[in-house]
Structures are given as structure tokens and as C-alpha cells.
Ligand binder design. Structure first.
Ligand SMILES: NC(=O)c1ccc[n+]([C@@H]2O[C@H](COP(=O)([O-])OP(=O)(O)OC[C@H]3O[C@@H](n4cnc5c(N)ncnc54)[C@H](OP(=O)(O)O)[C@@H]3O)[C@@H](O)[C@H]2O)c1
Length: 217
């Protein structure tokens, strides 16, 4: 099946955590990393996040760079948990918001549609079918996608072998085992099943490191 080129962006502590157990994640990485992250957004047609990130962080997912277009903002949100009061919903009339979901009917669906949010039902088998969503995006003209997490959505992309490169911003702090992982469970039983990458660049960004990886096919 055809799909966009996919970049996974991770902004983590040294021990690979993206948030505390209570969901708090602002700000793990420094300003230079965050600026690089916004430039990364500007190089992609669309950005995807999971429903937990959309609900907990209430992000805008824009570039905030003068003269740079904002990508389409895509949420994987099975049960339409996105609030009509959220930053994404409030700005959907000027910067597109697409929601992949199980069902696009009912009161909540109507409220989101009235805010110009586009709802796209995709097959569901325990979770939304990533491959079907990617095929749909590609056919709609999305040729580059930036996946910004959280860990549960990132794991689904890794499992689907749908990551072409990783931009990993790593800050010099430790959040511990009760923090939220940047990649959720993969259920691997043997090291030969691991997903492997090759590092193609490292840059210092203030106190942080920006590591770039490409998939080994
Ligand atoms: N440091 C950073 O840069 C950064 C970046 C992003 C997020 N975060 C943090 O990460 C935390 C959220 O991460 P998270 O792992 O809990 O959740 P997440 O990945 O943001 O969202 C997961 C949810 O997305 C929905 N979903 C729909 N289809 C899915 C699919 N095919 N695969 C996976 N998920 C799918 C599911 O909820 P439904 O069943 O309800 O649809 C699932 O529970 C927040 O605390 C946020 O602050 C940090």
C-alpha cells in the first residue's frame, strides 16, 4: 500500500521519557531543540499525534515561523475525545485538522464538523488501522508526515514498519521508570525482532543532542 514518507520526532530525557507519569511534559528539551522541532514541522505536509497527546497537552501543532505554512494536523482519536474547546478545534477553520476515528456520526461528530474538522473513519480492530489511514492520507496528497507521539501512537507506527527516519532531541535530564516512554510496548520476544536504524547525524543544540536516524530496510 502507498504511504507518505514518515519521520518520527522524539523529544525526550536521557532515559527516553516524554512526560512524567501525570502527563506533564513542558518543557523537557531546551529552546534550540524546540525551534528545530518547529522547523521540522514546516518541512512536512502533515503532523500526527495520538488522542492522549491532543487531550493532555492541548497543542496547536503549528510552526509559528513567519512565512512558513502550517501542516495539516492529524489526530488518531478512535472515540472523538478531542474537545470542541481545544486549540486544535478552535483553529481548524484556518489550519486543517483531520481526525481518524471509528465513527463519524453522532452529536460530538457533528460539533467537530461544524468547527471545520474533517472526520475520517478507518477500519478498527482493537485500534485504528494505521496502514489504512496512511494509504488514505497519501491518496489525499500527503506525501510527508511527521509523527510527534505520544509513545502509544509511536509504537503503532513502529509495529507497522512505517518509520523512515527519526529526529531525536535528547535533553540531559533523567525522569525515571515512572515517566512515560517515548515508544510504547512492542511485544518483542527476541532481539532479532527489533527495529533497526542507522545514525546519520548528530548535532549539539545547546545542552541537548539532536540525533538523526534512518531505517535500515
Ligand atoms: N516530549 C514530547 O515531545 C511529547 C510529544 C508527544 C506527547 N508527549 C506526552 O505523551 C503523553 C501521551 O502519550 P501516550 O502514549 O499516553 O498517548 P498518545 O500516543 O498521545 O495517544 C494514544 C491514544 O491514541 C489513540 N489511538 C488511536 N488509534 C491509535 C493507534 N492506531 N495506535 C495508537 N494509538 C491510537 C488511542 O486512544 P483512543 O482509543 O481514545 O483513540 C490511544 O490510547 C502526554 O503526556 C504528552 O504530554 C510528549
Amino acid at each position: 500500500m502507498a504511504r507518505p514518507q514518515i519521520t518520527l520526532k522524539l523529544a525526550t530525557s536521557l532515559d527516553g521519557k516524554i512526560a512524567l507519569s501525570n502527563g506533564m511534559s513542558e518543557w523537557i528539551t531546551g529552546e534550540k531543540s524546540r525551534a528545530a522541532g518547529r522547523r521540522l514541522r514546516a518541512r512536512h505536509d502533515a503532523i500526527a499525534v495520538g488522542a492522549n497527546t491532543a487531550v493532555i497537552d492541548n497543542p496547536q501543532l503549528t510552526t509559528r515561523i513567519d512565512g512558513e505554512p502550517d501542516p495539516i494536523r492529524i489526530i488518531f482519536d478512535t472515540h472523538l475525545r478531542l474537545s470542541p474547546e481545544s486549540e486544535l478545534a478552535k483553529t481548524a477553520h484556518k489550519t486543517p485538522v483531520w481526525v481518524f476515528c471509528k465513527n463519524d456520526e453522532g452529536e460530538k461528530a457533528q460539533a467537530l464538523k461544524e468547527l471545520s474538522i474533517r472526520l475520517f473513519p478507518v477500519p478498527y480492530a482493537g485500534q485504528l488501522d494505521i496502514v489504512a489511514a496512511l494509504d488514505f492520507m497519501f491518496r489525499q496528497g500527503v506525501s510527508t508526515l511527521l509523527v510527534e507521539g505520544g509513545g502509544t501512537l509511536a509504537a503503532s507506527f513502529v509495529k507497522a514498519r512505517a518509520i523512515d527516519r527519526i529526529d531525536w532531541f535528547r535533553a540531559p535530564l533523567i525522569l525515571g521508570g515512572d515517566g512515560r516512554d517515548c515508544i510504547g510496548e512492542l511485544g518483542l520476544k527476541d532481539l532479532t525482532q527489533s527495529r533497526n536504524f542507522t545514525r546519520v547525524n548528530i548535532t549539539e543544540l545547546g545542552d541537548d543532542l539532536h540525533e538523526e536516524y534512518e531505517t535500515i530496510s
